[in-house]
Design a protein around this ligand. Structure first.
Ligand code: HEC
Ligand code: HEC
Length: 281
């Protein structure tokens, strides 16, 4: 692509941003009788006043699907994960249920704090890391692949236990450098369209991009069931999709950059409620 065409492409993309910022903010999310907040004062390290759930930016029809667990297609995958939870696998002859006898409810609150530093391992831990540590070290089974159905379903099952709890991800202490890397990635322009996450999700949320209402790109609702591909989507799969849309080469799922970016983006949602599995278009 020569320089002139490239400039025209960027101009065309920017012309897709029309409409006014911040259309609706106060709508209540009530799931099975439980009210879940969809906005919160923004953490002081970002330059916006209020953090908003991606749910607020969806159409009434899409929103409605998330308000009833019988309508939420993401719950089908949660059911699959419950089967997995009870299935004995690996050389130790154990299932998750063999040891976690109180059921996945034991993990209420965990999703809201992830990613977080794992002192024993000396590394940043995602839900995926916990699940694979269990499978490999405790069950003698093969690890799940990240962003694949069995992993995404198990992440959804454990995330669901924290639904309604405020996201509270630590940004300092041992994770400070990783968080800083994530922040840098968030603000760095990449790809043929030369755009950063912030250009869309911080500077332009609330406007229409093609037929899509641009949100803050929060991850409190993940894993997210997307109508577009009719399956659960992990956080990092979503990051990949956005990078491809700006014609950048996505970082590796599970790699250093996306781990840092996930930590940073998670922390931008501090104060929002965990909502996973959410429904998006
Ligand atoms: C052999 C017993 C055993 C099996 C099988 C097992 N776990 Fe665990 N799990 C533990 C123990 C003990 C801990 C706490 C110590 C640790 O984190 O290593 C734990 C910790 C966890 C944690 C972290 C909890 C926290 O708050 O830090 C998660 C999540 C988890 N297990 C999920 C699972 C899942 C999902 C499976 C099945 C894929 C599973 N476990 C299988 C024994 C087991
Ligand atoms: C060209 C604009 C654009 C850029 C740049 C962009 N995205 Fe997105 N992103 C979108 C659109 C459009 C959607 C779908 C509508 C929405 O939820 O905002 C989306 C959705 C998302 C979502 C899902 C939010 C939800 O609630 O379901 C996340 C998370 C996200 N983006 C993260 C990122 C990250 C991280 C980056 C940088 C690597 C990025 N995006 C770059 C346009 C963009």
């Amino acid at each position: 692509m020569n320089k002139l065409t490239l400039t025209a492409t960027i101009a065309a993309t920017m012309a897709l941003f029309v409409g006014s910022a911040n259309a609706q903010v106060s709508d209540a999310m009530v799931i099975n009788g439980e009210t879940i907040s969809t906005s919160a004062p923004a953490p002081d390290f970002i330059d916006i006043d209020e953090v908003l759930s991606g749910w607020l930016f969806r159409t009434a029809e899409t929103r409605a699907l998330q308000l009833d667990d019988f309508d939420n297609p993401g719950m089908i995958f949660v059911d699959q994960a419950i089967d997995d939870w009870n299935t004995v696998e690996g050389s130790e002859g154990k299932s998750c249920a063999s040891c976690h006898t109180d059921g996945p409810e034991e993990f209420a609150g965990l999703r809201a704090e992830l990613p977080r530093w794992n002192e024993a391992k000396g590394s940043l831990y995602n839900m995926e890391d916990y699940i694979n540590e269990m499978r490999v070290d405790y069950m003698g089974a093969e690890p799940f692949k990240w962003a694949k159905p069995r992993m995404d379903a198990m992440v959804a099952l454990i995330s669901l236990q924290s639904r309604g709890m405020p996201i509270n991800v630590a940004v300092d202490g041992p994770v400070a450098d990783i968080w800083e890397l994530g922040r840098e990635i968030y603000y760095t322009r990449v790809g043929q369209l030369d755009m950063a996450c912030a250009n869309c999700h911080e500077d332009n949320y609330g406007v229409m991009i093609r037929a899509d209402h641009l949100s803050q790109g929060q991850i409190n609702g993940f894993p997210a069931y997307r109508l577009k591909n009719a399956k659960l989507n992990s956080v990092q799969a979503r990051f990949s999709g956005c990078m491809k849309n700006i014609r950048a080469t996505p970082f590796a799922v599970g790699g250093e950059e996306f781990r840092a970016l996930e930590l940073y983006v998670a922390s931008r949602g501090n104060g929002l409620s965990a909502e996973g599995p959410s429904v998006r278009n």
